[in-house]
Write a protein of this length. Structure first.
Length: 204
């Protein structure tokens, strides 16, 4: 009788181990998914000052009688052997109209370097209304030694901001990019001009 009781106990232990392994695998999957899911949430809602990424290449084209100064900054993470800066420091934009601005990147090292850019908007309340139709953010880019490129950003300020009274006394907004050296240094996509069906104003 005593020996017969070992089999159910063994099965219970095996089931418990399998459940624990499943829980660990699930939690590991959540850990890897957390960053991209959080980034997607921010891009869709403008949370934490993240500019909204428009689906497709159609701007609102509903200009309102308000002008905002948009400033641009470019930074490099430690150990990134590039030069990176906005081609224009600031521009005055009409809310609801589409604009095309440029950032410049140059690889000053003696080897190909693959980088990735992150971005943000400040002050934070501007995040939901700063809509980027197309940009180079979050896509790995490879530059050859000495290669210099101009990277386009197509954007507009959503006229819906007129209903947000937090912005009534704010007339300046900053779009910032930071380039990091990618963990994976395999050659990536070439940096190219923006393609958009919307009418844009190019800033030189």
């Amino acid at each position: 009788m005593a020996r017969a009781s070992f089999k159910p106990l063994g099965r219970r232990n095996t089931n418990l181990v399998m459940i624990l392994v499943g829980v660990i695998a699930f939690m590991t999957g959540l850990t890897f998914a957390a960053v991209p899911l959080y980034r997607l949430f921010c891009e869709k809602t403008g949370y934490d000052g993240t500019p909204v990424l428009a689906q497709g290449a159609t701007a609102m084209n509903r200009a309102i009688n308000r002008t905002v100064t948009v400033s641009f900054t470019g930074d490099l993470n430690a150990g990134m052997p590039w030069k990176f800066y906005p081609k224009q420091r600031s521009i005055d934009v009409k809310v609801g109209e589409t604009y095309l601005a440029y950032f410049v990147a140059e690889n000053v090292s003696n080897q190909p370097i693959t980088g990735r850019a992150t971005f943000g908007v400040s002050p934070e309340p501007w995040g939901p209304y700063f809509v980027k139709i197309q940009c180079f953010c979050f896509t790995q880019q490879t530059l050859k030694p000495g290669e210099r490129v101009e990277m386009p950003v197509t954007f507009y300020l959503d006229p819906a901001m007129a209903k947000d009274h937090l912005l009534d006394r704010m007339s300046d907004v900053t779009l910032s990019y930071t380039f990091f050296k990618a963990a994976d240094q395999a050659p990536a996509a070439k940096l190219g001009a923006a393609e958009t069906g919307a009418e844009t104003k190019t800033v030189n």
